[in-house]
Design a protein around this ligand. Structure first.
Ligand code: FES
Ligand code: FES
Length: 161
């Protein structure tokens, strides 16, 4: 039997523990062990950004990180953005700007955008364009996504959570 490591981590504010093989990626751990399937897998080699999550405040491609590397980490996935049934300001802005079609890329864009806005509450359009350049969407074109992130920044500055 393959060696298992006991892993403890916090996801969306909740402590979790599970046993994982050393080679299991964090993306697979989230999806298969913790049942958090909102984190999507596209390319599985760090190109598309669909699997992006927030690890200790940084946007991380969970397909490129082993689960064991997340020992003790604080993780936010797309499931942790809304407050119950209430969408976050960013999610609402995506909705209002039609910033998704199939939605496959959306969890990665939302988590990336959360880290952009945490670091820079007043980004320029060019800064947003640059910051999402590692996320690929094949449906929307990028204009509505950029509009949504800029609108979310504006709404947050106006005091919305
Ligand atoms: S699935 Fe991780 S970057 Fe594409
Ligand atoms: S909305 Fe379909 S890939 Fe982005």
């Amino acid at each position: 039997m393959t060696e298992q490591h006991h892993l403890t981590l916090t996801v969306n504010g909740r402590a979790h523990s599970c046993d994982v093989e050393p080679r299991m990626t964090l993306a697979d751990c989230l999806r298969e062990r913790l049942d958090l399937t909102g984190t999507h897998l596209g390319c599985e080699h760090g190109v598309c950004g669909a699997c992006t999550i927030i690890v200790d405040g940084a946007a991380v491609r969970s397909c490129l990180m082993f689960a064991v590397q997340a020992e003790g980490a604080e993780i936010t996935t797309v499931e942790g953005l809304a407050d119950g049934e209430t969408l976050s300001v960013l999610q609402q802005a995506f909705h209002d700007n039609f910033a998704l079609q199939c939605g496959f890329c959306t969890p990665g864009f939302l988590t990336t955008a959360e880290t952009i806005l945490a670091e820079n509450p007043s980004p320029t359009r060019a800064e947003v364009q640059s910051a999402i350049s590692g996320n690929i969407c094949r449906c929307t074109g990028y204009v509505p996504i950029i509009d949504a992130i800029l609108e979310a920044a504006e709404r947050r500055r106006a005091g919305k959570k």
